[in-house]
Design a protein around this ligand. Structure first.
Ligand code: DX5
Ligand code: ZN
Length: 222
């Protein structure tokens, strides 16, 4: 199954509820980028915004925590209405963070930056509900897709399948209708897209185009 997760990072923060509504019919999940100005050089959304959005949407909230100390905020995000929280392997304490997220009833995700090797996440594949391979350097929307991450995506897919693990495999960064095919062929099944969706005059239509491109690649690959 292929999932499209529009990233609100590229939406108009002055009209977030409207932006989410515009894409909801074509979205499987809503990707919410949380940045702390420390793990990445940008500041974005915290639990209060998630709580506000929750009142306007029933979508699965896929919160991507680009923060140094996610353990201090998992509970707050859960109470605000997050469905899944993804922490970065680069911040450490991975097993404890994934266990805490699961204990809170969250879908526990593990993200890996483009330059971080596959070996860093290998020990945690069985502990995570989702693996997120970044295909740009985290921090900003609208960057160019990094094709050099494709072998790592393929490696994660191969290992998940080989070990019979059911974790979702998500990609994030530079995904549009032109790059969707390559990441799906590599094994990704959840596609995050920000600027390609909210930078379009018709976000729902843009999300649908990405889904069609991904679905085509999936049909050819299986
Ligand atoms: C970047 C964020 C992404 C971002 C992707 O650090 O994690 O979710 O919104 O934006 P695009 O799709 O524009 O690359
Ligand atoms: Zn993200």
């Amino acid at each position: 199954m292929l999932r499209i997760a529009p990233s609100v990072l590229s939406a108009d923060f002055g009209s977030l509820a409207e932006a989410v509504g515009s894409v909801a019919p074509e979205a499987d999940w809503l990707h919410v980028d949380v940045m702390d100005g420390h793990f990445v050089p940008n500041l974005t959304i915290g639990p209060p915004v998630v709580r506000s959005l929750r009142r306007h949407s029933d979508l699965f909230f896929d919160c991507h925590l680009m923060i140094t100390n996610p353990g201090e905020y998992l509970e707050a995000f859960r109470h605000a209405g997050a469905d899944g929280c993804t922490v970065h392997v680069e911040v450490g304490e991975t097993s404890a963070l994934l266990a805490e997220a699961k204990a809170l009833g969250l879908r526990a995700g593990l993200a890996v930056n483009p330059e971080t090797p596959y070996d860093a996440i290998d020990p945690f594949l069985a502990e995570a509900d989702l693996i997120l391979c970044m295909t740009v350097h985290p921090g900003f929307g609208g960057q160019a897709f990094m094709a050099e991450v494709l072998p790592k995506i393929a490696r994660v897919r191969a290992e998940l399948d080989r070990r019979g693990l059911g974790a979702e495999l998500e990609v994030d960064g530079g995904i549009d209708e032109d790059t969707a095919g390559a990441v799906v062929r590599a094994g990704a099944r959840v596609l995050v897209a920000g600027s390609a969706i909210f930078g379009d005059a018709h976000p729902g239509t843009a999300a649908r185009r990405i889904r069609l491109a991904g679905a085509k690649a999936l049909a050819e690959a299986t």
